[in-house]
Design a protein around this ligand. Structure first.
Ligand SMILES: [Fe+2]
Ligand SMILES: [Fe+2]
Length: 172
């Protein structure tokens, strides 16, 4: 099944807006993922749930990679090396990215198995909950603690430049 990825960001004229668009969308998709997994655990996999899962799977495969690249290649470089507090946050957020990616790799194996054989693996709900919780807590920390500091410091020109780098990551 080929599913087209639709980028949650449509406007790359301001890098911070791209980041916030992803955060809103990732938080929403996390809820959809948990609801779907609990339906699959309770009632098994039918054609509708399989197609919903295929969509979410394709979304995460692309969105998480793009979002971490946006932050690590455009957002963090714009602000690093100016303030020890912010540098410490960047270090922690980068480690979170590794942890989120690792928990996705664990969950991804189960999701692939469901899509290929319609089997429901053991511990599926636990793995999905771990991934979603790591992701959600990270996104909330970025929204509430990190982005407000950046919004105070970054100039309009820097925000435009970040958006340009993010667009180039997608080969716009
Ligand atoms: Fe992040
Ligand atoms: Fe983020």
């Amino acid at each position: 099944m080929q599913i087209r990825f639709i980028d949650p960001a449509t406007n790359f004229s301001d890098g911070i807006k791209v980041i916030r668009a992803y955060h809103d969308h990732l938080l929403e998709q996390g809820q959809r993922l948990l609801e779907l997994i609990s339906a699959i655990e309770a009632q098994g996999v039918d054609a509708d749930r399989a197609s919903h899962l295929a969509g979410l799977y394709a979304y995460y495969q692309r969105a998480n990679v793009l979002h971490h690249q946006d932050e690590e290649r455009a957002l963090f470089p714009a602000i690093i090396g100016q303030d020890l507090l912010i540098d410490g946050m960047i270090e922690r957020l980068t480690l979170d990215h590794e942890e989120i990616e690792e928990s996705w790799r664990v969950l991804e194996i189960d999701l692939k198995a469901i899509l290929e054989c319609h089997d429901v693996p053991d511990q599926l709900g636990v793995k999905a909950a771990r991934f979603e919780k790591l992701q959600r807590e990270h996104l909330i920390r970025e929204n509430e603690d990190f982005l407000p500091l950046l919004e105070k410091r970054l100039t309009p020109a820097q925000r435009i430049e970040m958006g340009r780098v993010m667009a180039s990551i997608r080969n716009h």
